[in-house]
Design a protein around this ligand. Structure first.
Ligand SMILES: [Ca+2]
Ligand SMILES: [Ca+2]
Ligand SMILES: [Ca+2]
Ligand SMILES: [Ca+2]
Length: 453
């Protein structure tokens, strides 16, 4: 059976509508002077400054190895304080598969860091380090390096404590940010929202006007993030003018007949053919009325490993306030026997579970339907982009035909802060030409597509 499933997976490439992370920065070393040896007790490291906002989902490092055992290598992400890696342990550490490290020549080795849930924002600094357990005397791994300065970063070595790399050579790396995922604690505002209320309005113009001519880091009205508040940032404001927060989830009832506006992620060790979300008419909430709903049949491939799971996510722009989130879920058995894993359902906000319906462990009889609902109020949500998610997990194989349905995903503002206004009336742009630009930006109806970055 498993061979059949593998063949079916090949037939449905691209069935999963998952947004790809964007490459945040590339620091490729083209003239290597040999590389830095990675061995037990010594970790080379390089800092970087994020130029995107979202989840730090992948880091590629240019490493190579001699033939033979290189020991256990790991990639580490360290927070930066006062220009240096800080603390006694990394913010995140994950093994590097030795089979991915090429012998003899350096190339980018990709390391998935999405499990870190590290949210990066524009200007945030982190350090990438590579740690190893192999002895220097044995075969070893090297992190490629070159003569070129990478202006945004510093180079470090750790042997005990961190020190600046005495040779100050630059290491090759690449970082990826998934802008569709806003991890908890990360505040990401729309372009042109200079006062941080989730609206792009005249009040933001005042912030721009007041700080016009200033230079420095983290200036609220530096819309293009070049360290200066000038006419270019006015242009950022005009092109976003009129934007406001979302009042509801888009396509939460799947009325479009597809997964429009949802980002679907099939977790590791999940049977992707059955797990790939699809739309099917089903009465999820039990009111006698079937309607289009998301359907999966979650199961894991390798029973010795964790899995499987399927998530759908939507990025929402919210004003500060209190919100209710809800969804209907149902598990249906089309199997001839009972099963004790109908599926677990989790509602998440910014990666944090806010409500759940746990059905795994409950017996679902042949042809039975078990329904549930998720409903939670979250107070004091900060203004900015947030990621609402729904995850189905089931630690069993897909041999039994157990379907999981989700429908009626809703977000309702309970109390939502109004746009911040000032004692002055919001000024009109200072000339008819500028007014024309602002109105041209405002008049076309708001398109969600334009809100995505
Ligand atoms: Ca604003
Ligand atoms: Ca600027
Ligand atoms: Ca529906
Ligand atoms: Ca219904």
């Amino acid at each position: 059976m498993r061979c059949v499933f593998a063949a079916l997976i090949l037939l449905v490439p691209g069935a999963i509508a998952s947004a790809l992370p964007v490459v945040d920065q590339v620091n490729e070393i083209t003239q290597s002077v040999g590389g830095r040896i990675i061995y037990a007790g010594n970790s080379p490291a390089q800092s970087f400054t994020a130029n995107a906002a979202g989840l730090l989902s992948q880091v590629d490092v240019m490493i190579s190895r001699n033939a033979g055992d290189i020991g256990d290598l790991s990639l580490e992400i360290w927070p930066m304080v006062a220009g240096a890696p800080a603390g006694s342990s990394p913010a995140f550490s994950t093994p590097i598969n030795p089979d991915d490290v090429p012998i003899g020549s350096s190339s980018f080795v990709s390391v998935d860091t999405s499990a870190s849930m590290i949210g990066v924002n524009y200007g945030d600094q982190y350090t990438i380090a590579i740690n190893g357990t192999a002895d220097l005397s044995g075969p070893y791994a090297v992190w490629n390096r070159g003569n070129f300065d990478y202006q945004a970063g510093e180079r470090f070595d750790r042997s005990g404590s961190w020190t600046f790399d005495s040779t100050n050579f630059d290491y090759g790396f690449r970082t990826w940010v998934d802008a569709d995922v806003i991890p908890s604690g990360l505040v990401v505002l729309p372009d042109g929202d200079y006062n941080g209320d989730a609206w792009v309005s005249g009040a933001d113009y005042l912030v721009w006007q007041t700080s016009h001519g200033q230079s420095g880091t983290q200036l609220p009205a530096d819309g293009n993030r070049d360290g200066q508040v000038d006419q270019d940032d006015y242009a950022v404001w005009t092109s976003a003018f009129g934007l406001g927060p979302d009042n509801e989830v888009t396509n939460g009832s799947f009325d479009t007949g597809d997964l429009s506006d949802w980002n679907a992620v099939v977790g590791p060790n999940t049977n992707a053919f059955f797990g790939s979300p699809r739309i099917e008419s089903f009465d999820v909430n039990g009111d006698g009325q079937p309607s289009d709903a998301m359907r999966v049949r979650v199961g894991r491939l390798d029973t010795d490993q964790f899995g499987g799971s399927v998530s759908i996510q939507q990025k929402l722009l919210l004003a500060a306030g209190d919100y209710e989130f809800s969804a209907d879920v149902a598990s249906q058995s089309l199997d001839t026997g009972g099963n004790t894993a109908p599926g677990n359902y989790e509602l998440t906000l910014d990666g944090v579970v806010i409500d759940q319906v746990f059905l795994n462990g409950t017996l679902i009889d042949a042809m039975e339907v078990i329904r549930g609902s998720l409903n939670v109020r979250i107070d004091d949500v900060e203004a900015g982009y947030h990621t609402l998610g729904l995850t189905v997990a089931r630690g069993a194989t897909t041999f039994a035909a157990i379907y999981q349905f989700i429908d009626n995903i809703q977000m309702t503002p309970v109390s939502m802060a109004l746009p911040i206004t000032t004692s002055q009336a919001a000024p009109e742009p200072t000339s008819f030409i500028l007014l024309g630009i602002a109105m041209a930006a405002y008049l076309p109806s708001r398109s969600r597509g334009n809100l995505r970055r």
